[in-house]
Design a protein around this ligand. Structure first.
Ligand SMILES: [Zn+2]
Length: 216
C-alpha cells in the first residue's frame, strides 16, 4: 500500500493494481473508454463481466477473469470500495449498509464459485470509507444489523458501538467478518476515513460527488 500522486495504490500478489483515487483526480477520456463501472444501486448483485453485463440493470460489483483488460471500477463517498484479485479473477464491489444487508458478499461467493475459483484464496483490499467513529446510524438500521449479525453468526460487538446514547457501525469490520465466514484470510484495509480525510469526498460531510476506485 502506498500513496501516489493520484491516490492510494495497492499491489496485489498476482500483479494486479488497485487504485483508490483522490477526489481531485482528473480522469482522462482514454481512461474512461477503458473503464467499466458498476451500475450502482445499493444492490447485493455482482455480475460476471462481460458475460452478465447486459443481464442486470443494476449491479454493485463486477468480477472478471484476469485476462480481461479493462479497468473495473466503483464510485463511493462513505461506502466501502472493495477491490480483489486471485490467480483466476479480479474485481470490485461497492457496499454501504444496504449492500451488506442485501448480500453483496454472499452473492460474490456464488459468482466466484461459478467461475471455478476458491473464494478463500482471494486477496481483498478495502479502500477509504467512513469509519466506525463517524458512521452514526438510527435505531432502525441498528435493528436490521442486529438481526443480520445473528443470522450470519457474527458477534454484533465486532462492528457496532454505543456512545453517548448514539449508535455507530463500522462497515469495514462488518464486511471483514462476513468475508471471514467464507474463510477468507487475506483482507487489507487502507484505514482512511473519508469524512476525516479531506482528500476524499464524503456524503456525511456534505459532498455530492464520489471518488473512483479501480482494479486493473
Ligand atoms: Zn471517521
Amino acid at each position: 500500500m502506498r500513496e501516489i500522486d493520484s491516490g492510494i495504490q495497492f499491489d496485489f500478489p498476482t500483479g494486479e493494481k488497485g487504485i483508490f483515487f483522490f477526489k481531485n483526480f482528473q480522469i482522462t477520456e482514454e481512461f474512461i473508454n477503458d473503464m467499466v463501472l458498476a451500475r450502482q444501486n445499493h444492490t447485493g448483485t455482482n455480475i460476471i463481466y462481460p458475460d452478465e453485463y447486459n443481464k442486470f440493470e443494476f449491479f454493485d460489483g463486477l468480477v472478471s477473469y484476469r485476462s480481461v483488460r479493462q479497468y473495473l471500477g466503483v464510485k463511493t463517498a462513505d461506502c466501502l470500495p472493495v477491490l480483489f484479485a486471485s490467480e483466476k479473477l479480479k474485481g470490485c464491489f461497492h457496499s454501504g449498509w444496504r449492500g451488506l444487508i442485501n448480500g453483496i458478499v454472499e452473492n460474490l461467493y456464488e459468482k466466484v464459485k461459478i467461475m471455478g475459483e476458491d473464494f478463500s484464496e482471494i486477496t481483498f483490499v478495502i479502500g477509504p470509507h467512513i469509519c466506525g467513529r463517524c458512521y452514526e446510524v438510527k435505531e432502525d438500521v441498528a435493528d436490521i444489523f442486529i438481526r443480520f449479525a445473528k443470522e450470519k453468526g457474527i458477534s454484533q460487538s465486532v462492528f457496532m458501538y454505543f456512545k453517548d446514547h448514539k449508535i455507530f457501525i463500522d462497515l469495514a469490520s462488518c464486511c471483514k467478518a462476513l468475508l471471514k465466514t467464507f474463510s477468507v484470510k487475506k483482507i487489507f484495509d487502507v484505514q482512511i476515513c473519508v469524512k476525516e480525510d479531506m482528500r476524499f469526498f464524503s456524503r456525511r460531510r456534505g459532498d455530492n460527488s464520489s471518488q473512483i476506485s479501480v482494479i486493473f
